[in-house]
Design a protein around this ligand. Structure first.
Ligand code: BES
Ligand code: ZN
Ligand code: ZN
Length: 485
């Protein structure tokens, strides 16, 4: 992992990013006469990002005037982008570190630069026989007295958690199946200090989790249901906060087979919600946030095996409700419904679920944000949206009117597992809503969980989207007085 650390003063030997303004006292900042002439020329050309090559190191100058018109959240994101840009250039020049300093009052922004550099420096190269990384950047030094060691520690934990979520998504299904996924979650629990219990197939059968078992019927690998719990002694909440994640380790569509090559290629990402759940637990527990959090991950693959569930089947779910299956590719809601119903037993204050649930959500907003909907109160929704803006995992709330529930009415069962041609993301949400009795928000990450080309500090493939959102949100909950009921 790319490590972020504090450093007390500038080291002339190492490459540097200096964030300053057009009127900076360049000579006091250590620039030579020639360099100052060059900088002045660049400023005249309205260049806000200036690179100086000192042969044994690089110096980047970022002028803050570029961000004057941006709102706070957009500024943070721009700083992460700069971090990624600098990291890329550092790698091209084969340096191992760079330092960040500023003449301005910008401590959180400096952390954002480091965050963008560290997150952008992620690679998934374990299957290359050479194992040789083209990236040389290993450490990022922050030089700013207003940044505390604990802020840096927390940022490293978060970057580590996002790397882990990305790794889990990027691992193919012949490595991460329902059983090995659960094992990975156990390892994460050990490393971060939270409890992990894995229910096996016979336990899932005794619990009568009909949705999870139905989806698993075409598979040769048994399902798992992983329960993670982090309960710190000084938790400020009485009722737990629960994160549920869709853990479909591979989605062929089942008998309602997806067309290959296009739509099946990236379906190893279908446990992206499960990766958010366990990686968020990892970050929250490792950072010792004083908050009681539980995560639930039902896991299976979805395949057209000999005993696969079929269109027309009527399934009795964990909570006793019946579902007429009309498309086996709408499997995510089947396994999530059981997990959401299971969550009731904890009497939670709030449940969120993350799922690569519908192509409709991806079609509506692409990878630029997360589609959300749910029954949480307005204050919770705005807090979530505020976190989404802050970490640039932006939320778009879809309508959740009752009329959409009518679209999943079945003639022979309590509901069917697909709606009609309209509102596919919403009818999926309406299906899930039938299994909750607590405040709840659903996050459909089908668009942003897996991308096919680099997007700033999100390298192509698994993005780990959702982890930074959850961490920021729980951090806020941990410090808010009003939750101390
Ligand atoms: N895993 C898919 C959704 C998906 C699509 C995730 C694209 C990531 C990228 C999900 O299980 C699915 O197949 N949904 C169907 C539902 C439909 C049959 C009602 C879809 O969206 O087409
Ligand atoms: Zn599917
Ligand atoms: Zn799926």
């Amino acid at each position: 992992m790319t490590h972020i650390q504090l450093s007390s003063k500038i080291n002339k030997q190492i490459s540097s990013l200096v964030i300053t303004n057009k009127k900076a006292k360049w000579s006091e900042l250590g620039f030579s006469k020639e360099e100052i002439t060059y900088i002045s020329k660049k400023i005249k050309q309205e260049d806000n990002f200036i690179t100086i090559n000192r042969f044994e190191s690089l110096v980047f100058v970022q002028l803050i005037e570029e961000f004057e018109k941006k709102n706070e959240a957009a500024k943070y994101e721009a700083f992460r982008g700069i971090g990624n840009k600098v990291a890329n250039t550092i790698n091209v020049h084969k340096y191992e570190s760079f330092q960040i300093s500023t003449t301005e009052k910008l401590s959180y922004e400096l952390l954002c630069v480091a965050e963008g550099a560290a997150l952008g420096n992620y690679q998934f190269i374990k299957y290359l026989s050479s194992q040789k990384s083209e990236y040389t950047l290993k450490s990022i030094l922050l030089i700013d007295k207003s940044i505390s060691q604990s802020q840096v520690d927390e940022m490293n934990i978060l970057v580590d958690a996002v790397y882990q979520a990305r790794n889990l998504v990027n691992e193919p299904q012949n490595v991460i199946n329902s059983v090995t996924f659960a094992k990975e979650m156990q390892k994460m629990g050990k490393a971060a200090g939270f409890k992990v219990e894995v229910l096996n197939k016979s336990q899932i059968e005794s619990l009568k989790m009909g949705g999870l078992l139905a989806v698993n019927r075409g598979s040769v690998t048994p399902p798992t249901f992983t329960i993670m719990e982090y309960k710190p002694a000084k938790a400020i909440n009485k009722k737990p906060f629960i994160i549920v994640g869709k853990g479909v380790v591979y989605d062929t569509g089942g008998l309602s087979l997806k067309p290959t090559p296009n739509s099946m290629d990236s379906m190893k990402c279908d446990m992206g919600g499960g990766a958010v759940a366990c990686a968020s637990m990892y970050a929250i527990a490792k950072a010792k946030l004083p908050y009681h959090v539980i995560a639930l991950v039902p896991a299976t693959d979805n395949r057209p095996g000999g005993d696969a569930y079929t269109p027309g089947d009527v399934i009795t779910m964990y909570d006793g409700k019946t579902v007429e299956v009309l498309n086996t590719d709408a499997e995510g809601r089947m396994i999530l419904a059981d997990a959401l119903a299971y969550a009731k037993k904890y009497n939670p204050e709030l449940v969120v679920d993350f799922a690569t649930l519908t192509g409709a959500a991806a079609a509506a907003i692409g990878h630029f944000g997360i589609v959300c909907m749910g029954t949480a109160d307005e204050a919770t929704k705005s807090s979530l949206k505020e976190s989404g803006n802050r970490v640039h995992e932006r939320l778009v709330e879809f309508p959740f009117w009752d009329e959409y529930a009518a679209l999943i009415k079945s003639d022979i069962a309590d509901m069917k597992n697909i709606g009609g041609p309209i509102g596919g993301a919403i009818t999926a949400g309406k299906f899930l809503e039938k299994y909750i009795d607590y405040p709840w928000m659903h996050f459909d990450i089908a668009g942003p969980a897996f991308i096919n080309s680099n997007d700033s500090y999100r390298p192509k493939m698994g993005t780990g989207v959702g982890v930074r959102l959850m961490f920021d949100f729980v951090k806020k909950l941990s410090s808010s007085e009003k939750t101390k009921k």
